[in-house]
Design a protein around this ligand. Sequence first.
Ligand SMILES: Nc1ncnc2c1ncn2[C@@H]1O[C@H](COP(=O)(O)OP(=O)(O)OP(=O)(O)O)[C@@H](O)[C@H]1O
Length: 240
Amino acid sequence: MTSSTAVVDIRALSVAFSGRPVLSELDLQVEPGTIYALLGGNGAGKSTTLSVLLGFLAPSSGTVRVAGIDPAASPEQARARLAYLPENVALYDHLSALENADYLLSLAGRRTDAAAIRDALHAAGLQESAWTQRLAGFSKGMRQKVAIAIASMREVPLLLLDEPTSGLDPGASADFHVLLESVRARGATVLMVTHDLLGAVEVADRIGVLDHGRIVHEVARAQFDLPALHAHFSGRVRAA
Ligand SMILES: Nc1ncnc2c1ncn2[C@@H]1O[C@H](COP(=O)(O)OP(=O)(O)OP(=O)(O)O)[C@@H](O)[C@H]1O
């Protein structure tokens, strides 16, 4: 394998369930400090790709590296280099934003002081009046801000996001995209899987369309073409 600077480096990845191929020779590289949106319809293989990056699923063939680490061989090392935000961010409802950050960072082996947590929550755009409130009443967008504050304090190079804007209204989506841009500005790399074509066009540096387990269309920001992306995303190109 050639050396690569990509934070996510997937080459010829195949995964099959009971002999049925779900990812077929998938190639996907995400360069440092960029936001990559992986678009795909239901069953395209997005969650399977994330499971492989997280080290929960082993490839049938191909190679996968997360910041240089093979997640199948060294899942804990790979996970130490990433923050994973599932569609519904997993935090403790009975704890406040400050307490969640304090507790989860201590679990991750990080010693942090209250001032640093406050700074991170502020940078993530969570209003100060919410810092001491229990998360039970938080919206999805507020939970994401807490999770991203925690990720930024862990100083992980990679953020993996699963459907981050599903269920967000347009204003909250736009806020989330601004937050992602600030994450990128600090040098982190983002891979988000999504059904949200317009959101991807708004924030991504690169978009790949996944269909039947492989990238059928990939384009950099300067070449974004909404009708073409839509055609690939909706499968109309394949059908034509
Ligand atoms: N553990 C499993 N065992 C068998 N088949 C699976 C398993 N996990 C996923 N699949 C199948 O693999 C295919 C891809 O699933 P995957 O969840 O990766 O798609 P997705 O792009 O994330 O879809 P969605 O947008 O609906 O979440 C689907 O056909 C799914 O049924």
